[in-house]
Design a protein around this ligand. Structure first.
Ligand code: ADP
Ligand code: MG
Length: 293
């Protein structure tokens, strides 16, 4: 795709809040039958809030929050932003983190106050030969049943806390998805988040097909697999982790509110980050093509 966005479709694209990277893009929307939607930042606002901190026996809540905030401080992930913001508000200036590593699609690790810290998906604990049990396992299950994301915090060889983050569905997502169905398209929700949180969001917006717990590098394979089944796939996403899938899809739609890498990878940008603009774009291209032919 060309890096410079062109407005086509008799200027209607601009009015609809859609930037299209060239006339050839319209051609590719024609046969689309499946729309793969990233969850966080696409169907949901992606503005995560820390809503609960549950600690293991013997761990102080403020201490857990401070350590988690410090290790997440260096990450750009919406979950990381929510945790470090809440930690700063509640506990003041955060200690520095050393040896920071971003574990894409999993979480983060680093050294805070001489402690070796992990924060992220519970699967991370297996790196230390640990697994979540007791009260913390219950806290995680409870959070996920509500469609929230549980972040496990561990340091020095033990799980210390579960931090619960919540995201909200964009007010326009449900309407957009029902309009996609009206156009005869099948929506599929794709996310790296846990299956319970994904199912809760899917139920809210009316999506039946959910593909969850997909690692960032594997999102592109999901698109390839659907294409291998003979489907013509549109992908809608906002994150760095969506870029390869956006490029692979027959039509890549990126959120204008998302990362530059995703915007570069897409064929079409939804300027306001409103999913209804995706529906408008598909309708517009169908109409424009009918006029040309
Ligand atoms: P999505 O596909 O919904 O955009 P990601 O692939 O970015 O999600 O992340 C998948 C999961 O990995 C998150 O739901 C979270 O559990 C975990 N995760 C990723 N980054 C972080 C982080 N910085 N801190 C804590 N957990 C994280
Ligand atoms: Mg996302």
């Amino acid at each position: 795709a060309t890096p410079t966005a062109l407005l086509v479709g008799t200027g209607r694209g601009a009015q609809l809040g859609v930037l299209i990277k060239g006339p050839q893009v319209l051609e590719s929307t024609r046969g689309i039958d499946t729309v793969v939607l990233d969850k966080t930042g696409t169907v949901t606002t992606g503005r995560m809030q820390l809503v609960d901190v549950r600690t293991a026996e013997g761990t102080d809540r403020a201490e857990a929050l401070r350590v988690a905030g410090a290790v997440e401080h260096a990450s750009e992930h919406p979950i990381a932003r929510a945790i470090s913001t809440a930690a700063e508000q509640e506990t003041g200036e955060l200690p520095p983190v050393a040896d920071f590593t971003n574990l894409e699609g999993l979480g983060v690790q680093g050294v805070v106050d001489g402690r070796s810290v992990l924060a992220g998906r519970s699967a991370l604990l297996s790196r230390w030969g640990l697994h979540l049990d007791g009260e913390l396992a219950e806290a995680k299950a409870e959070a996920e049943a509500k469609g929230r994301t549980a972040i496990v915090l561990a340091w020095d060889g033990a799980a210390r806390a579960v931090l619960v983050a919540a995201d909200t569905v964009k007010p326009t997502s449900q309407q957009a998805i029902s309009q996609l169905r009206d156009l005869g398209l099948t929506p599929v929700l794709l996310t790296g988040d846990n299956a319970a949180a994904a199912d809760a969001v899917a139920a809210q917006v009316g999506i039946d097909e959910v593909i969850a717990e997909v690692m960032p590098a594997d999102k592109v394979d999901v698109v390839k697999r659907l294409q291998g089944e003979g489907k013509a796939v549109a992908m809608v996403g906002d994150g760095v982790n969506d870029a390869a899938a956006l490029a692979q899809a027959d039509l890549g739609l990126s959120m204008g509110t998302g990362t530059d890498i995703a915007i570069e990878a897409g064929d079409l940008t939804l300027v306001r980050g409103d999913l209804r603009a995706a529906v408008d774009a598909i309708r517009l291209s169908r109409r424009t093509l009918t006029t040309i032919r």
